[in-house]
Design a protein around this ligand. Structure first.
Ligand code: ATP
Length: 267
């Protein structure tokens, strides 16, 4: 994996409970990916075959990558995350080979959740790509996703994009990214959950997640994280000077939130 510039994540590091909100998306992933692995007999009884991938789309910073990692955590599988730009930036012909090696690695260490981020990269310059490395890479990815003779058994493919409408429709056919899931910006309830998750393992008192959630309409999970990071950082500075732990309060978080710009408004 190292040679490919990739790294397997530690097993079971993140679980669904570490991802706030997204109940509908989680349920879809359970049905499509988790149950077929955990209860294959049940699946077969209904004449269904496991396989196919899930493509998540939505505004940046709302937890697509985190959820992919948590999916691997739920089934205690390996997790391999690939930014498609990483693959695309290679010389002509090399990117196809690298993609093949990535799949081979995922197959070897199956069960593996193989996560492709920036799937839109494949569609970015479609006109140029038809003649150049891009088309080859698209075809390679399609072929690898189809797999020969069940070689993709135990390879669970997830993808993420901010712009699904640019994607080649060939990717959306059965056995490929045959389930498209919208990962929305967190609503009020989801923001409460995300806030509670971010507060874990930090010296926070009087969190008042209801208040903070109300004041952060339009914030992504990543924006909320930035609020915590900033509040923790300034509190820590003070704590260092005074030589003792000073807790972060809900009030400080609310104040910090005013300085952070919500990034999902336009969605
Ligand atoms: P991008 O489209 O930019 O790749 P993304 O949707 O994949 O974004 P992530 O990388 O998963 O977003 O989120 C970035 C960070 O924001 C996470 O590591 C996590 O700390 C926080 N975060 C985002 N969404 C959530 C959530 N629903 N629950 C908890 N934390 C979240």
């Amino acid at each position: 994996a190292r040679e490919l510039g990739l790294e397997f994540s530690k097993k079971g590091e993140v679980k669904f409970e570490d991802v706030g909100g997204m109940e509908a998306v989680k349920e879809n992933i359970r049905m499509k990916i988790i149950y077929p692995i955990e209860k294959p007999e049940l699946f077969k009884a209904y004449g269904k075959k496991a396989g196919g991938g899930v493509l998540m789309y939505g505004p940046p910073g709302c937890g697509k990558t985190l959820l992919a990692k948590a999916t691997a955590g739920e089934i205690e599988s390996n997790f391999l995350s690939v930014g498609l730009h990483q693959v695309l930036d290679m010389y002509i012909g090399q990117s196809e080979q690298k993609l093949h090696q990535i799949f081979e690695l995922a197959r070897k260490y199956a069960p593996t959740v193989l996560f492709f981020d920036e799937v839109d990269a494949l569609a970015a310059d479609r006109r140029d790509m038809r003649q150049s490395a891009g088309r080859g890479l698209i075809n390679q990815l399609l072929a690898e996703m189809d797999g020969a003779n069940g070689e993709n058994e135990g390879v669970l493919i997830l993808g993420a994009t901010n712009a699904p409408w640019h994607l080649d429709s060939a990717f959306l056919r059965p056995g490929r990214f045959d389930r498209l899931l919208f990962v929305p910006p967190p609503d009020l309830e989801a923001r409460k959950e995300v806030v509670r998750i971010h507060a874990r393992e930090k010296p926070v008192v009087n969190l008042e997640e209801d208040v903070l959630a109300k004041k952060t309409d339009g914030f992504s999970g990543a924006d909320l994280r930035a609020v915590f990071d900033q509040a923790v950082e300034s509190t820590m500075e003070e704590a260092m000077k005074k030589g003792k732990v000073i807790p972060v309060t809900g009030k400080m978080l609310a104040k910090t939130a005013k300085q952070v710009k919500p990034s999902t408004r336009k969605w």
